[in-house]
Every structure is written in C-alpha cells, then in structure tokens.
Design a protein around this ligand. Structure first.
Ligand code: DAT
Ligand code: MG
Length: 140
C-alpha cells in the first residue's frame, strides 16, 4: 500500500464561514490522516507560486485577490489514493454542479456568482502535491 500525500487548502471563504471543522471532519471520516496543519494569511509569493499554472487566465487576479482576503488553512493529508480521493470529497470546481455529498456541493453558496469561492483546494497530481506542499510547508 503506497501512502500518498496531498495539499489541501480551506480557502478564506471556508474559514470565514466557520467550516474548517466540518471540512476536516470529512477528511478524517474518510480515513485520511492529517500530517500538518496551519492557519496562515497567504503571501503574494505563496499565491503566485500556488496558482502559477493559471497565470494569464482571466480569473487569475480575482482568484489571487480572493485568496488573500483573509486567513486560510493549509494542511497535508495522507492515505492511499488521497490525491484523487480528496478531489472526490471536494466535488467539481464549479459549485453549481458539484454533487450533493461533496464539500462544494453541500456547502458552497455563491453558485452562479463566483466559481472561485468553492471552499477548498486539493492537489491534482503527485507532481502538484510535491510542489504545493513545498510552498505551504517549506520546512518539510
Ligand atoms: P480546482 O480548484 O478544482 O483544481 P482549477 O485548478 O481549474 O480548479 O482552478 C483553480 C481555482 O480557480 C478554482 O478552484 C476556482 C478558480 N477558477 C477556475 N476556473 C474558473 C473560472 N472559469 N472562473 C472563475 N474562477 C475559476
Ligand atoms: Mg486545481
């Protein structure tokens, strides 16, 4: 059994709405372990690195602005298949169509208004996870 690690962010909308506990509860209920966890106000450098794949897209600047509106929770979760597993818990990017039972499907409120306020981030590949963990937990 290979233990995988992923980088999860509870975005500023999730922190502001008091959803940290419910989101982490779902990660733990699935059987994943929390290895690292930090409440942090993201720096411009961290967000530029984290979202470098989206630089130049029309939603990039609003996204980075939103991500610096308030503190967020960065955490490393581990477990077999946790990278696709957490993205499955999160639901699709656009909360409008995120399935009921997913974090975005159950809790996101700004459907139809803002795709970016979708509560969580989860790494999309092993390469992304390694890169993103180094951004939020540089001592790792
Ligand atoms: P995900 O977070 O599901 O991996 P992504 O990596 O494609 O999605 O995009 C990163 C974030 O950017 C996403 O969580 C919300 C925002 N975003 C993506 N596509 C968008 C769009 N078309 N309009 C506005 N915001 C968008
Ligand atoms: Mg992504």
């Amino acid at each position: 059994l290979v233990t995988e690690r992923t980088l999860v962010l509870v975005k500023p909308d999730g922190v502001q709405r008091g959803l940290i506990g419910q989101i982490i509860a779902r990660i733990e209920a699935k059987g994943y372990s929390i290895e690292k966890l930090e409440l942090v106000h993201a720096t411009a450098e961290q967000l530029a690195a984290h979202y470098e794949e989206h630089e130049g897209k029309p939603f990039y600047q609003p996204l980075v602005d939103f991500m610096s509106e308030g503190p967020l929770v960065a955490l490393v979760a581990s477990g077999h298949g946790v990278i696709p597993g957490f993205r499955s818990l999160a639901g699709t990017t656009d909360p409008t169509t995120a399935a009921p039972g997913t974090i975005r499907g159950d809790f996101a409120r700004d459907w139809g208004v803002s795709v970016q306020k979708n509560l969580v981030h989860g790494s999309d590949s092993e390469e992304s996870a390694a890169r993103e963990i180094a951004i939020w937990f540089p001592e790792d």
